[in-house]
Design a protein around this ligand. Sequence first.
Ligand code: FAD
Length: 292
Amino acid sequence: MKICDILSANQPTLSFEVFPPKKADDFEKIEAATNAIAELKPDFMSVTYGAGGSTSKFTAEIASNIEARGVTALAHLTCVNATKESLDAQIKDLKNRSIENILALRGDLPAGVESTEDWVYKHASELLPVIQADGDFCIGGACYPEVHPEAVNSAQDIENLKKKVDAGCKFLTTQMFFDNELFYNFLYKIRSAGINEPVVAGIMPVTNAKQMAKIHDLSQAYLPHKFVRLLDRFGGSPEAMKSAGIAYATEQIIDLVASGVNNIHIYTMNKPSTAAAIQHNLAGIIPSCEGK
Ligand code: FAD
């Protein structure tokens, strides 16, 4: 099924992100975790892609497993260091596996690289025509409520986001954020700029204090005092941190849905118990969480 159709149904949805293994030795373990998450029957699931292609074949394989469990899959694809031939091969593989949805991304700059000048595809918007020429996919893209780190300012970042949407991006998924007010402000700005596509809010349940430093490095998300207090108080106890992290994410989601934000995406970190707990907490609020 196309994600564009799922999102246009105008009712709250809950979807999950998983990541593929980095090396073949870990495939079975990660396959088991992602299959267990698919058994929770969310509205759809996304599978990340190792920029540069290191985990590319695993992305397609895990996405196929998800579809085989009756859940719509969204395969991420990056154009960092890609050629037309390498992209065509990836897209053909997805098409052969009947994957209908692609999240078109540029990918992060590899360590030591400061500019995309030498690349064939410099921005995610340049990847869209390649995907469009290769098949009938529903294509999404990323967006950054707290501004992409390479953008000079919010206005410039939103101008660039508009180019991606004008190139055919049918929905947007946000970078994680921990302060809903920043997201509401972003939503107001992009709507004012004429970006009207559905925006799926990316929520990270932080269930492990150690993972927080890495997450923060990657996302540079603002951490509200309330969240920092929680980390300080419960970070030393894995059990308490898991409960508190899931409760914080649940509260964020309930506020989002109450404010009219229908589409929520959970960064599950491949943890079936975290995904299941969030679903359970949202029974009665999001239809696909009913009875979970
Ligand atoms: P772009 O949309 O190309 O934007 C990157 C920068 O270029 C921004 O500063 C933007 O303002 C600017 N820009 C964009 N278009 C133009 C233009 N036409 N002219 C001038 N400037 C422009 N990374 C992975 O490697 N694998 C994944 O699976 C993955 N999944 C992700 C999922 C989500 C939901 C998010 C939010 C991020 C994900 N990332 C992933 C990280 C992502 O690759 C990085 O954040 C990367 O730095 C930017 O990718 P992008 O597609 O947003 O790039």
